[in-house]
Ligand binder design. Structure first.
Ligand SMILES: *[C@@H]1O[C@H](CO)[C@@H](O)[C@H](O)[C@H]1NC(C)=O
Ligand SMILES: *[C@@H]1O[C@H](CO)[C@@H](O)[C@H](O)[C@H]1NC(C)=O
Ligand SMILES: *[C@@H]1O[C@H](CO)[C@@H](O)[C@H](O)[C@H]1NC(C)=O
Ligand SMILES: *[C@@H]1O[C@H](CO)[C@@H](O)[C@H](O)[C@H]1NC(C)=O
Ligand SMILES: *[C@@H]1O[C@H](CO)[C@@H](O)[C@H](O)[C@H]1NC(C)=O
Ligand SMILES: *[C@@H]1O[C@H](CO)[C@@H](O)[C@H](O)[C@H]1NC(C)=O
Ligand SMILES: *[C@@H]1O[C@H](CO)[C@@H](O)[C@H](O)[C@H]1NC(C)=O
Ligand SMILES: *[C@@H]1O[C@H](CO)[C@@H](O)[C@H](O)[C@H]1NC(C)=O
Length: 525
């Protein structure tokens, strides 16, 4: 098990490419940027450029190690979905897929997921064949995600797909409990000098979540859908009386009526009890593992992007930054491979989650410095492929890195090194966190601090494939280099160690993932 088995999709993929050649929205934009010639790339996601008139979104909430632990009282398992089709009584739709209401046609919303589906909780029986109930909240949530996906499934021209995923994570960690493994190993006691936020008993709780099911909105002659989720981690909060000093999150979706793209709006506020929270929009593999998650999940990427050949397009408008410790990721890409370069197989002792993240908050400084090599990768690869060691102080681009840390299960590390936090993932992890810099700007990424930040909304075409191909990732000496196939592409923020409630607010639209036409990733998967 692991990544998708795509070889059998070869023929279908060809059909998809032919069908998509005409309407690949990103083509014209890419052409004007002179990056790639027309028709060489195709979309890798079920909802290219977020243009679908129908809603396919889900929400997942994770504890410190990406599990559930305990459900919030009265809330069910923290997996919810909003999947709704817009139906108008005519076959002719305009470019938005919406009907023109002035001609007397009627539009309706058809929901695929109802309240009883969304409120399923650990131990409940699923109302469909083929889904197994579990008493373990972690296993139940993974099964619920697959059940909700079965209701949302879209049969595309090629592979089926499910939904965009909003991921919410609580960074509290209770060291008196053993809810999280250490580098994937079960431990009977947590012994560490590291400090984590936790206000006391129950600090790793799941959130209260409220849901506005997608509803029809009419604007002039166009019909479209809108809806949202909001909530808080503060279980005693009464949000109907305002947010107060509580933690808060909200995600909502509506259409940009001029472009046809979804506008996904996000808000995240920390509180005294929840000083470390994360909220991302994820484009995950349709099936199989995805970054940081070790159960078979459900997502939207029908083809998996592989370095060095893929691009990510999106419009990002950061309206509020979230304070100095808001690590806003203009792309966090996640994958998994073992230290010997082999694919992950679900064995948490040897699987390693690999992340590369560009942090665009200009308040984020470089921890990698000539006097702090421990936070630098052993070497940097220049755009021309030259290797520059971190001790080459006159040439190493220290300010291109925030920090680098190694997987806790690596056996041949080069000193000095720092091990990544061993508890915040279901298995060992490796992180390469980079900052805006001319070294990365050659791939369409921000060039300097402040680019793309508050007041500088932009549409980006990121050559994430070329960039991620240049990054250092640990492998055991003498092993064949891993194929860098990315199962999760995320945008959002991680606000940590906030002293007071901090709020970040942003929108994402036009998201697309582009992969080379004809590349089917079939050989190893
Ligand atoms: C909700 O949907 C499920 C499956 O789609 C169905 O079994 C159930 O009866 C529905 N519940 C209600 C209250 O409509
Ligand atoms: C840790 O414990 C869980 C639950 O008992 C079990 O499913 C898992 O396989 C164990 N992991 C390892 C690495 O032993
Ligand atoms: C963990 O245990 C210590 C010692 O008993 C106690 O002081 C601390 O408050 C506990 N922490 C939590 C989060 O319960
Ligand atoms: C639901 O919609 C109302 C009206 O637009 C809004 O005030 C509220 O915040 C929304 N709630 C959620 C959960 O999105
Ligand atoms: C969150 O959603 C609930 C339910 O729709 C709504 O009553 C509340 O006003 C919303 N809260 C905020 C702060 O938007
Ligand atoms: C929020 O906290 C501030 C500072 O502690 C306090 O002055 C204020 O009254 C609190 N607001 C609410 C709504 O509780
Ligand atoms: C819709 O998209 C256009 C073109 O990108 C942009 O100028 C406009 O601000 C967007 N509208 C909204 C409501 O975001
Ligand atoms: C710099 O690091 C490389 C690789 O670790 C090592 O071979 C070289 O000797 C080091 N150079 C100096 C001057 O320390």
């Amino acid at each position: 098990m692991g990544f998708l088995l795509l070889s059998s999709w070869f023929l279908i993929v060809l059909v998809l490419q032919i069908l998509f050649v005409q309407n690949l929205a990103a083509d014209s934009l890419l052409k004007t940027h002179g990056l790639i010639s027309k028709n060489r790339y195709v979309s890798a996601i079920g909802d290219p450029g977020m243009k679908s008139a129908n809603v396919r979104v889900a929400l997942e909430a994770w504890n410190f190690c990406n599990e559930v632990g305990f459900e919030a009282p009265g809330m069910g398992s923290p997996r919810l979905a909003d999947c709704a089709d817009l139906f108008c009584s005519s076959l002719i739709t305009d470019s938005l897929g919406c009907s023109r209401l002035d001609t007397g046609r009627k539009c309706e919303v058809h929901h695929k997921v109802n309240g009883s589906d969304n409120s399923l909780k650990t131990g409940d029986k699923f109302p469909a064949e083929g889904f197994q109930s579990f008493r373990n909240p972690d296993l139940f949530a993974a099964e619920k995600e697959r059940y909700l996906a079965s209701l949302c499934e879209v049969q595309g021209c090629a592979k089926r797909w499910y939904f965009w995923m909003f991921m919410l994570k609580n960074g509290n960690f209770d060291k008196n409990k053993t809810l999280c493994p250490e580098n994937g190993k079960n431990v009977s006691k947590i012994i560490t000098g590291r400090n984590f936020p936790c206000f006391g008993e129950g600090c790793m709780n799941q959130p209260l979540v409220y849901h506005n099911y997608s509803r029809l909105v009419c604007s002039g002659r166009q019909a479209s859908l809108t809806g949202g989720f909001n909530g808080t981690y503060d279980l005693d909060a009464d949000l109907s009386r305002g947010i107060g000093n509580n933690s808060f999150f909200s995600v909502s979706w509506k259409k940009n009526l001029s472009t046809g793209s979804w506008i996904f709006s996000h808000t995240l506020t920390t509180s005294a009890k929840y000083p470390w929270l994360m909220l991302y929009l994820r484009s995950d593999a349709v099936e199989g593992f995805n970054g940081g998650y070790h159960y078979s999940g459900r997502g939207i990427m029908t083809k998996l992007p592989e370095s060095p050949n893929f691009k990510v397009k999106l419009t990002l408008d950061v309206k509020r930054g979230g304070g100095p410790n808001s690590q806003f990721y203009l792309l966090d890409i996640g994958s998994c491979w073992k230290n010997n370069g082999k694919l992950c197989d679900g064995d948490t002792l040897t699987d390693v989650t690999r992340y590369s993240e560009m942090i665009i908050n200009p308040a984020t400084t470089s921890w990698c410095r000539p006097d702090n090599l421990v936070s630098c990768p052993p070497y940097h690869v220049s755009p021309t492929g030259e290797i520059i060691y971190r001790n080459d102080t006159s040439r190493f681009p220290y300010s291109a890195y925030h920090l680098y840390c190694c997987p806790g299960n690596a056996e041949h590390l080069e000193k000095p090194y720092d091990i990544c936090d061993p508890y915040s993932n279901p298995q060992a992890q490796e992180l390469v966190q980079i900052l805006p810099h001319p070294e990365w700007a050659v791939h369409g990424y921000p060039e300097k601090q402040g680019d793309g930040w508050v007041g500088d909304a932009r549409t980006w075409v990121l050559d994430a494939g070329a960039l991620s191909n240049r990054l250092y990732f640990y492998q055991d000496p003498g092993t064949e280099r891993a194929r860098r196939v990315w199962t999760s592409l995320n945008v959002g923020t991680e606000i940590y160690g906030s002293q007071n409630g901090e709020t970040a607010e942003w929108t994402v639209s036009d998201f697309d993932v582009l992969v080379p036409k004809g590349d089917t990733y079939d050989s190893a998967y």
